[in-house]
Design a protein around this ligand. Structure first.
Ligand code: A3P
Length: 320
């Protein structure tokens, strides 16, 4: 139970946070109920920024932690389910895994939103956490502890289309009006998107993965779609939970891939009817396809975004 003094302290902190964000550059968040604010080069809604600052102050990483990092809509939930199923494969089987009854975001918590769950999950021996924070925002203890990070990214065109639909779906469930797709496109192009500029988010992790390849694994959604079993095996190895040759003979990696497939997860009752915070779970699972941007972007839009990507990633050695 919170004491009077604790409440007073919380109110003071809240007030100073509100004063601080009122000084930041502000933009519409594509019709989302809150605006977004630019802080140290990246865009956040107030709730996410507050979560980021509080994680920076309080989060204590353990060397055994494995942090799944991503921009929104690049395959976070999929990566959560694949890694969770891999790490817990001796504790649960295909019919007992919590992945069948819970949304992946409720199984692997987000560092910046779900502080309270960390100790519980670690206590259960599950070292997985997730974050949408840019690399430069990660709490110092993550770098100092030497824990492992896995980053997933995606073609900016599909990321944009997926993010637009996610926000539009969210607006619908909140009875608010999303902005038009071409308006959102211009904002995304200018870097004004949740946790964006998207390219800067990707580049921060890309550069870190080049500097510390043993600590940061860099994945692309498209590669994961193309050969899920291969990348699952690589990921398991990186995390320190490799599949033994016996497990490989028994088809354990293939079973995990099947269990975590878009068709399987999106068909679950919890995904069809449940909610994660104020968002319906089914909004998180849309099509799970590579190249769906072709159904929404004009050739000119696609070329502009490709051009932007080339320019932003130029000299980095990365292509998307
Ligand atoms: P689309 O909107 O293109 O369908 P995130 O989890 O980071 O929010 O990413 C969401 C994207 O991943 C959505 O893309 C969603 O459909 C897709 N996705 C979710 N679960 C998936 C799975 N099991 N396999 C492949 N893609 C998945």
């Amino acid at each position: 139970m919170e004491s009077h003094l604790e409440k007073q302290n919380r109110d003071v902190l809240q007030k100073s946070f509100e004063e601080m964000i009122s000084t930041l550059p502000k933009e519409n968040c594509w019709g989302f109920s809150e605006d977004q604010y630019q802080y140290q080069g990246f865009w956040f809604t107030p709730r996410f920024l507050q979560g980021a600052l509080s994680a920076q102050q309080q989060f204590q990483a353990q060397p055994t932690d494995i942090i799944l990092c991503s921009s929104p809509r690049t395959g976070t939930a999929w990566l959560k389910s694949l890694t969770f199923a891999t790490i817990t494969r001796t504790s649960y089987n295909d019919s007992t895994t919590p992945l069948l009854s819970k949304m992946p975001h409720d199984v692997v918590p987000f560092m910046e939103f779900d502080h309270a769950q960390f100790s519980t999950n670690r206590h259960l021996g599950i070292p997985l956490l997730a974050t949408h924070l840019p690399y430069s925002f990660l709490p110092r203890s993550i770098i100092d502890s030497g824990c492992k990070l896995i980053y997933i990214c995606r073609d900016p065109k599909d990321t944009f289309v997926s993010l637009y639909h996610f926000i539009a779906g969210h607006c619908k469930s909140q009875n608010t009006q999303p902005i038009q797709l071409d308006e959102a496109f211009e904002l995304f192009y200018e870097g004004v998107s949740m946790f964006g500029p998207y390219w800067d988010h990707v580049l921060g992790y890309w550069k870190a993965s080049l500097e510390r390849p043993d600590k940061l694994m860099f994945l692309k959604y498209e590669d994961l779609v193309e050969d899920t079993v291969l990348y699952l095996k690589k990921t398991a190895e990186f995390m320190g939970y490799p599949f033994s040759s016996e497990e490989q003979q028994q088809g354990v990696p293939e079973n995990i891939v099947k269990m975590c497939s878009f068709d399987n997860l999106s068909g679950l009752e919890v995904i069809k009817t449940g909610r994660h915070r104020e968002t319906e779970n089914n909004i998180f699972f849309r099509k799970g396809k590579v190249g769906d941007w072709k159904n929404y972007l004009t050739t000119e839009m696609a070329q502009r975004l490709d051009q932007r990507t080339l320019q932003k990633l130029s000299g980095s050695g990365l292509s998307l």
